[in-house]
Design a binder for this molecule. Sequence first.
Ligand code: ZN
Length: 183
Amino acid sequence: MSETATFPGDKIASIEEYEAGYNTFDDGDMVRASTIGEKILDKTTRIARINHPKMLSIPKVGDIVIGTVAAVMSSMIAVSIDYINEKPTTSKVECVCSTRNIRRKNIALVNDIVTLKILNHLNGTIHATIDEPPLGVLFTKCRKCGGKVVPMRDAIKCTECSWIDERKLSTNFGNSNFFRLRE
Ligand SMILES: [Zn+2]
């Protein structure tokens, strides 16, 4: 860590200059760190905060993430992130991904494994996109019987019950490298 490294209780700014942000508290005179981490003084918002080392596992704009679909809503999916740029992460950060512009009956189902690209961070929410050929579902099962599915043109077909369904598949769908990644 650099010279901006802090320890709990360290004075990081005067309350006249900065407001206490994430991982800091105001002791009535000074803004102090409440955790170990990196001191960030935002001159625009006048907010002092500490980036905890664990926060480094939050994906940055442009990062490619792999995660598990946690929820499917009418125009977006929520994904619990397992990998950032192929490195495992245990922080269980969630991102949301708009599916409004994708014309498919099903984009992804809960518990599908998907790969997404991080678009931005807005109001504390991480937004990602699925709308590029390598992005999309890497692993899914049959919605009817839970059987193994195989890609069929733009769709998938269950090898057990022959049910044909749609997903936004990644061009890497079925790529075995990904399964090694999961172990
Ligand atoms: Zn099936």
